[in-house]
Design a protein around this ligand. Sequence first.
Ligand code: ZN
Length: 240
Amino acid sequence: MAIAPSTTALAIPAVCPRCQNPNHKGSVFCDYCRVYMRDETLTVERATYTRRFFGDWVLEGLLIIVTLVIGWFIWMIFTSKTGQSPAKRLVNTYPINLETGRRIGQGDSWLREVVVKMLVIGALNSFTSGLAGLIDAVWLFFDKDRQALHDKVLKQVVVYAPHGLPAGMDYMEFAPPRYTVPPAFPIGGTTAAPPAPPPPPAPGVQDVAAELRELNQLKTDGLITEEEYERKRAHLAEKL
Ligand SMILES: [Zn+2]
């Protein structure tokens, strides 16, 4: 899974940077002003119950019926490019990966909307007379990050961004890997050859990775502002 290069961006603040209220629950959202506290622009908010209920469930269900299912799937090909389902596109909500702090990618979008929500929960519903879907939905009323059960499993939260997500929250998959997998320990005296090391990343990627590390160091040393850092990082990301 992709890991964001900057760990400071993923910290959960003890005090809301927008309204200064204390974060008692340790949530990624402010309990008072709803802001998503990991976003430096402070323009992204937690999706409301109404938006979740009508956006995630009622509207999606209607769109699937109205478009005779196949239309929804075709629409999904386009909306999944921003990690959204058709209904989420209409109500301006985005699933965010809690591990990267960024929106989910196209593959994760299909995994979420079709595999998990339609197939898995759909199958469980048919065995439990709809109880599984009810538990999944009701879960978000008691969760500090407003996660439904499927959000919890996928490690995602849903945010509301009426003007789109800021560049710092756009999807990004980082190469090269930050660690190497140790060779497998031989079992029962077998002399299986250790797995071949992963191929070295392309020179371009190595250069960008080195520049990213340097940029991170500059930020840590306080030699550049947060704004410069974001701008330069976005610029580097384009090279990948
Ligand atoms: Zn706040």
